[in-house]
Write a protein that binds this ligand. Structure first.
Ligand code: GLU
Length: 289
């Protein structure tokens, strides 16, 4: 038997809800270094699937900021808004496998995991104008071997519930879109903030349902602001300044537990950072700036 050797492919997948801030630069850099250290490709994908949350101009601003920091996608930037047909095709496959049911529960009613009220109600999938579509979790447990955080296990009804794949407003949900994209782009490793760890079991369930091998996940610490909450575009974290790219990159390296570098130009700084990259030095806990 010959094993199929997949080319290492990593990605950074920003949502265009505002310009790149220090926290997103850290994620971009970590995903870049982790894949480049293994000679892989690094892709950028625009997660512009939620028009109400999109900030006009943010897409091109993010790409300009990334480029100013030497971070350029090795392939054309995929936009989720142009990939709807692929998501619908995957959704249809799941429907054909009886993995999906319609749900009219008000979303606000559930603080954490959905207890499956609509599972056996048999609401028509076609009357989706008012209904969300949910994926039925059937696995007794879902486990993850995270590259950074180690082993995690989730159990239905304890810390896992049936989840939405198509929203009541007819938008494809993040969980489905991200998995379909990562499969389509041949992504072999996903480096992202630990705030997304809770999404991972849902995504693993989708990989299984779509008969695809999941990528290696690495959940790294997120950058916290002085008030202890995650830096975020929506709460107005300041944009990284392109004219300070070298300092920004060095600050990001420091946050990631790596040595800072003396290079005078960005390409040589990144080159040295790739050579020196050691993911075991990335701290485990959430870190403040
Ligand atoms: N678009 C998501 C975000 O900006 C990231 C998705 C992912 O890395 O899986 O938070």
């Amino acid at each position: 038997m010959t094993a199929v050797i997949r080319q290492p492919i990593g990605r950074f997948a920003p949502s265009p809800t505002g310009p790149l801030h220090f926290g997103s630069l850290v994620t971009a850099l970590a995903s870049f270094l982790n894949i480049k250290a293994r000679g892989g490709l690094w892709l950028v994908r625009m997660e512009d699937l939620d028009p109400p949350r999109e900030v006009p101009g943010a897409q091109s601003e993010i790409l300009t900021q990334l480029a100013a920091h030497g971070l350029v996608s090795d392939r054309v930037v995929l936009k989720q808004s142009e990939s709807i047909e692929r998501y619908e095709a995957a959704l249809q496959r799941l429907i054909d496998q009886a993995q999906i049911y319609a749900c009219d529960c008000p979303r606000k009613r559930f603080v954490s995991h959905y207890p499956g009220y609509c599972r056996d109600r048999g609401l028509a999938l076609e009357s989706v104008h008012q209904h969300a579509l949910r994926f039925r979790i059937q696995a007794p447990r879902i486990s993850l071997k995270d590259g950074h955080l180690g082993n995690h296990v989730w159990h239905p009804n304890e810390n896992l519930g049936d989840f939405i794949v198509k929203r009541r407003d007819q938008l494809i949900a993040y969980q489905l879109a991200v998995v379909v994209d990562d499969i389509y782009q041949g992504v072999t490793e996903v480096v992202r903030g630990a705030d997304l760890l809770d999404s991972t079991p849902y995504q693993l369930a989708l990989y299984q349902a779509l008969s695809e091998p999941p990528p290696q996940f690495w959940h790294f610490p997120v950058v916290l602001g002085s008030d202890g909450s995650k830096l975020s575009k929506q709460t107005g974290a300041p944009a990284v300044e392109d004219h300070q790219a070298i300092q920004n990159l060095n600050r990001a390296l420091e946050f990631l537990g790596q040595a800072t570098l003396n290079s005078q130009d960005i390409p040589s700084l990144l080159e040295s950072a790739i050579t020196a990259w050691d993911p075991r030095r990335v701290p485990r806990l959430l870190g403040r700036t």
